[in-house]
Design a protein around this ligand. Structure first.
Ligand SMILES: Nc1ncnc2c1ncn2[C@@H]1O[C@H](COP(=O)(O)OP(=O)(O)OP(=O)(O)O)[C@@H](O)[C@H]1O
Length: 270
């Protein structure tokens, strides 16, 4: 079976700056990837490529078996579910939650004059249940808490049954309880064998749901490491990525990282 995403030596150059530098990456259908890297590493730029919103300056990008540059991106984009802060800002605050979700089928951010059928509303209802937001259907987007908004966006991203799901910092800005609850729900989604290939971007290992299978570490537009999550999220590789000595721990499928404590040595004592 063809990979869901295949990048070969993909670079992006803008205004003389190299934002991505010869990135090679393959995503298979059953993969659940997490991308980690410091601010400015190129994570959003990488998502722009695999969501068919940016073409490589050089190299080859194949998304859902279509090569960017040789495909109508407007046909490709509906096959990809995306959540990001930029997209959330475009959702009208006065729109009802139900309409925010159902309108994904038309690739518009609020309901206008399109007609939806019973299956659309049934699907939206199922997703609201899956995201634990059943009771919010009639509320307007602007009245929701940040955590509720994140869930609505994820339901919307799943509405079209995408073949690729891209989540750009889904837990950013949530309090501890909100983060834990959302991470648990994301864990339920990625555990479903019929869920699409998934890519989640985060700055924090604590935001990685259990069940993610692969990790890609990005620094200065270059891939530091990419592969099975256990092999990639190591002390050495994460320390190199963030230019800081770090200790990584994993427990019950969840990850965390902290700075390595340097013990001051007292003269004459070991
Ligand atoms: N059009 C552009 N021209 C020049 N530089 C750009 C352009 N767009 C982005 N950049 C730079 O490219 C780098 C990578 O940006 P990107 O948003 O992909 O990083 P990121 O890893 O998502 O960062 P963050 O974690 O802060 O969101 C940044 O240094 C950014 O300033």
């Amino acid at each position: 079976m063809a990979p869901v995403v295949e990048l070969a030596d993909v670079s992006i150059v803008r205004g003389g700056a190299t934002l991505l530098d010869q990135v090679n990456w393959v995503i298979d259908e059953s993969d659940r990837w997490v991308i980690i890297g410091p601010n400015g590493a190129g994570k959003t730029t990488l998502l722009q490529i695999i969501s068919a919103h940016m073409h490589p300056s050089s190299g080859m990008a194949s998304i859902l078996d279509e090569v960017l540059g040789a495909v109508d991106v407007f046909e490709l984009r509906p096959r990809i579910g995306v959540t990001s802060a930029a997209l959330a800002e475009r959702i009208p605050r006065s729109e009802s939650v139900g309409n925010v979700i159902v309108s994904a089928g038309y690739a518009v951010v609020g309901r206008w004059t399109e007609q939806y059928d019973a299956t659309d509303f049934q699907r939206a209802g199922q997703l609201m249940h899956q995201l634990h937001i059943d009771r919010l259907g009639k509320r307007t987007f602007g009245t929701l808490s940040e955590g509720e908004r994140k869930r609505v966006q994820i339901a919307r991203a799943l509405m079209t049954d995408p073949e690729l799901l891209l989540l750009d910092e889904p837990a950013a800005g949530l309090d501890l309880a909100g983060r834990e609850s959302l991470v648990e729900t994301l864990g339920e989604i990625v555990a479903d064998e019929y869920a699409p290939a998934t890519v989640l971007v985060t700055h924090h290992l604590e935001e990685i749901p259990a069940g993610m299978t692969h990790a890609l570490l990005l620094k200065g537009g270059r891939v530091v490491a990419a592969g099975p999550i256990d092999e990639v999220l190591t002390d050495d590789r994460l320390s190199e990525t963030f230019d800081l000595p770090l200790v990584v721990t994993q427990q019950d499928g969840r990850w965390s990282a902290r700075a390595r404590r340097v013990h001051p040595t007292t003269s004459g004592q070991e």
